[in-house]
Write a protein that binds this ligand. Sequence first.
Ligand code: PFF
Length: 451
Amino acid sequence: MKRASWKSKLGFIFAAAGSAVGLANIWRFPYIVGQYGGAAFICIYLVCLFLIGFPVFISEVLIGRTAQKNPAGAFKKLGGDSFWTGSGLFTVITGFIISSFYSVIAGWVLGYLIASIGGLSTHFSSLAEVQSYFKHLVGNPVWGLAFHLIFMVLCFGLLFLGVRKGLERGSKILVPFLIVILIALVISGLSLPGSEKGLAFYFKPNWSLITPTTFLIALGHSFFTLSLGQGTMVTYGSYLSPKDNIPKSCFPIALIDTFIALLAGMAIFPIVFSVGLSPDEGAPLIFYTLPLAFSQLKGGYIFAILFFLLLTLAAITSQISALEPLIAYLMDEKKWRRKKAVIFVCLTSFLLGIPMIFSNFVAHKFLVFGHSLWDLVSMIALDIMVPIGGFLALILIAWRWGFKKAYHALKEGTEGLFERNILVKGYFWLSLKFTAPLLVILIFLKAIGLF
Ligand code: PFF
């Protein structure tokens, strides 16, 4: 069977941007900024992105493009032995696990979209009301299950259409619209009384809040938001041809992804401080703040629908990218037909999400090591498995396959970028070979308290 490929040069950029921009930017980024130290966390996060995230992004796309295979096949082709096949498979499984709990949160967003259409999410006058509304919905396992199912069915439909038709379309309009809505929210948030405290929290670093865990969270998030360490970018890279310019395609994606996350935080924190919410509320943060903002905003009804619609669409383009690596693996390595692979992967990911919904609902009864199942699985996947996957990609490219070959391959399609700019070459040499892998090791050792 002929391998699928992107229809146009922009196909990769749109699909990869669709994968990168999602719940991690708008739902997760603000709440971890709130939990792990505000502006100081943002600084660490940006450094992680530049020194580790972006080099890993380039490595993964390069692995995919060079091998033209799913992550397990690609890691094997470049690494040469079963350890590397296993490593590639590990990243595929990470993406699959992520897809199961990602869908649960995406289900909440979809549920809020439906509630917004019914006018139910824009009539709040106090924080207590929004909080109790959220708890009422999320505490109802039938609600969670229904929207988890509907969301997965939507993704299933898109995946069924295949790489070309399904993945290339959505993101073109999605990202610009999302930016417009976020800007509107930022402007309206800034007019609220007390919003300056939110801005101070967001822009003035308080370094005393930083702990070794902060670095691990920032690292895990920089990978999660760029869809790294989970097979996605290797798979998307495998649909590229040697003519494509990897750094030029990846840079705007990382930039837009970061810009959207920063905008989301700027929209949320003025509201948080204005209504007297604690910034470290955790996962419900956007569900507490935004409905309250929409309730007070002129045209809030329409804004709420648009916002939750766009966020649902952004979550869909991310979710299909988390499922695609396992589908590609089953097709490449097990010779499954695409349709069979799509059915199997969506169904099992859906089933895996079910206990997580119930663990949230009956969390007080089912605690594993003091955490609900959802917390535990997401922590292991995002803070441990994802960084390991990204680290393996770096080692594969720079040490196993070898930097010389990697550099030669990376130069293809770049039209002399590396020859013209010595800094670019230096950045990749230093970060792929030394700084990025060393920093990942350092952050890990520090987080587990080894020094
Ligand atoms: N990068 C996505 C986001 O920002 O929401 C999340 C994601 C996509 C995670 C793809 C995992 C994945 F395989």
